[in-house]
Design a protein around this ligand. Structure first.
Ligand code: 4NP
Length: 146
């Protein structure tokens, strides 16, 4: 799960998908394309909305997306079109590129919608992001589960 800062959207997406899939079978992580929040806790508003739905993301820490992530992960979900471009710029070949998807295309295929960045908004923005990510992760989990 990849966003810009790795403190608002992608940690929430990571926590939501972790809650839907068995831990022993799936390695789920998140990262940001930017460097400003490396080592940071998730935004308190993401922690709060996750907590409201019984998901604990307090232990997650910000990190930057790196090229080696293409070797570690089978699927890479970008939160928005800018994140998508950034990730694709790091891709080394067609195989890397094929792993990268916009997360909302799981919910609304081919529409290329972005999860809005809630950083400069209020709590309602975080609730809205939570609902979009929960619905998208439900589709992802149902595809991945046997
Ligand atoms: P995120 O949100 O990409 O969902 O983690 C942001 C967090 C921080 C900033 C921008 C977006 N920032 O400019 O510091």
């Amino acid at each position: 799960m990849v966003c810009l800062g790795n403190i608002c959207r992608s940690p929430l997406a990571e926590g939501i998908l972790r809650a839907k899939l068995p831990e022993k079978d799936f390695f789920i992580d998140s990262a940001g394309t930017a460097t400003y929040h490396i080592g940071s806790d998730p935004d308190s508003r993401s922690i709060a909305v996750a907590n409201k739905y019984n998901i604990d993301i307090t232990h997650l820490r910000g990190r930057q997306f790196i090229q080696q992530d293409f070797d570690e992960f089978d699927l890479i979900y970008a939160m928005d079109s800018s994140n998508l471009r950034h990730i694709l710029n790091l891709a080394r070949n067609k195989e890397d590129e094929a792993k990268v998807k916009l997360i909302l295309n799981e919910l609304t295929p081919n529409e290329d919608l972005s999860v809005p960045d809630p950083y400069y908004g209020g709590d309602q923005g975080f609730e809205n992001v939570y609902q979009m990510l929960d619905a998208s992760c439900e589709v992802i989990a149902n595809k991945l589960l046997p």
